[in-house]
Design a protein around this ligand. Structure first.
Ligand SMILES: Nc1ncnc2c1ncn2[C@@H]1O[C@H](COP(=O)(O)OP(=O)(O)O)[C@@H](O)[C@H]1O
Ligand SMILES: [Mg+2]
Length: 430
């Protein structure tokens, strides 16, 4: 450390110009200091303006929970009376005020305040919560600890946002309820439509049965004729006294077989007449065709209509209802028969089953002269018929269309050189 004497000597030893330099630099240091202070004042003012005019309320309290700073918006958001909050004093005053006002719910204001105050004594982390004031205002409070143990709070009024959110929730709930209701209504409607559709299918099927009555009668006539012949022949032998046991056994066996055949026809008629209910099952499209021909084949033969079938040796199954599928084929056959009888000329129906593009096609072709262009666009409409009253219902193709559609397939009509061709395409059962 230099002693004052040395300093004095040093000073005396300096030249004048050296002294002037040093004094100048000393003075400029003072000016710099002054400028710095002014700049700081200016900065502080800027920050105060910013804090005072920010849209949120802000409050800073120190580690002893005394106010360091708060802006006017802070007091305003909480509806505190002017002068309640004082810099340097404890912020308990605002909690007490709120407790008295009812912001903390029912209870003794002092106890409520203490309880609230106690919650603040623990270590603080940055967090945010919502407060509803007694006046119904929703405030969002964000809080952060400061490095010196204080707390800074930012408060915003989110009442408007809350209301909008509430309205949005309400709207969404209403919408959900509406969708639920409508879904229920639609489900009921679909069930109702399904019932109605089932009734139409049943009605049309009974009409088909009516149309088939003659055919079935013929169908039954054949076994009955055979039975009558076998019984008659056997009796004649017996009357003559010729008791040839082997012969009699042969005839009785024949009778038995024909009874089985007649019973099968009646069984099938009964089954076909019943309402088609129950789940879809896997069915062999070839069986559908054989069954349908079992019911009307004889009648077609009697009408001198040749029926040709082209069925593959092996064939994938389709999903569906056997009776309904039969109903579809029967309608195609009776339609073809009607067209052929009306048209005259060659009489032939061809039924084919082919596997194509991962599906099954059932194709019916006839020599009935085809469908007029006018009719072609309308044949699948319910009640569209070109037949005389009592002969056609106009339901056959419309019902068939519904049945095939419900099975996930299509039915299409077109004309060939000789007549009409109907193509049913169905998905192969998994
Ligand atoms: N194979 C066919 N050849 C010509 N016309 C047909 C054929 N199949 C159907 N049609 C026409 O389609 C109409 C509707 O058929 P459909 O719905 O089965 O009712 P319906 O047989 O009771 O008339 C028939 O009246 C007929 O005009
Ligand atoms: Mg028909």
């Amino acid at each position: 450390m230099a002693n004052p004497k040395d300093l004095r000597n040093q000073f005396l030893r300096k030249t004048k110009s050296q002294l002037v330099d040093e004094i100048t630099s000393l003075l400029s240091g003072i000016t710099e200091q002054k400028n710095l202070e002014e700049a700081l004042d200016h900065k502080e003012m800027q920050i105060r303006i910013a804090l005072e005019h920010m849209p949120s309320g802000i409050r800073l309290i120190d580690k002893d929970r005394n106010y360091v700073f708060f802006n006017a918006r802070y007091s305003e958001l909480y509806d505190f009376p002017e002068g309640l909050l004082k810099v340097g004093e404890s912020f308990r005053v605002e909690n007490l005020y709120q407790a008295q006002r009812g912001d903390f719910g029912p209870g003794d204001p002092d106890e409520l305040t203490d309880k609230w105050f106690a919650e603040w004594s623990g270590p603080l982390v940055t967090t945010s919560w919502e407060r509803v004031t007694a006046g119904g205002k929703v405030l969002e409070v964000k809080t952060s600890p400061t490095p010196d143990g204080g707390i800074v709070n930012i408060v915003s009024d989110i009442s408007e946002r809350k209301r909008a959110q509430e309205a949005l929730h309400q709207a969404r709930d209403n919408l959900e309820k509406r969708v639920e209701e409508r879904t229920r209504e639609l489900t009921d409607e679909i069930a109702e439509r399904k019932r109605a559709q089932a009734q139409v299918i049943q009605a049309s099927k009974l009409a088909t049965l009516g149309e088939m009555a003659t055919s079935v009668a013929h169908e039954l006539n054949q076994p009955l004729n055979i039975i009558r012949l076998a019984a008659g022949n056997s009796r004649r032998k017996l009357v003559k006294g010729e008791v040839d046991l082997e012969y009699l056994d042969q005839k009785l066996e024949r009778i038995q077989n024909q009874v089985v055949r007649a019973a099968a026809i009646i069984d099938h008629m009964q089954m076909f007449g019943r309402k088609a209910e129950g789940k879809d099952i896997q069915i062999d499209p070839r069986t559908v065709i054989r069954n349908a021909l079992g019911l009307v084949g004889e009648q077609l033969r009697l009408s001198q209509i040749e029926v040709a079938t082209e069925l593959p040796d092996a064939c994938p199954y389709i999903n569906g209802n056997m009776i309904r599928m039969e109903q579809v084929i029967l309608n195609l056959l009776t339609n073809a028969r009607d067209a052929i009888e009306f048209h005259g000329g060659k009489k032939k129906i061809t039924l084919r089953v082919v596997e194509k593009n991962n599906g099954i096609q059932i194709i019916s072709e006839d020599t009935g002269g085809g469908i007029s262009p006018e009719a072609l666009s309308r044949i699948f409409e319910p009640f569209y018929t070109t037949k005389d009253i009592g002969k056609g219902t106009g339901l056959g193709l419309s019902v068939s269309y519904g049945i095939i559609r419900d099975m996930g397939g299509t039915i299409e009509a077109e004309n060939t050189d000789a007549g009409a061709r109907f193509t049913i395409t169905l998905p192969i059962a998994e």
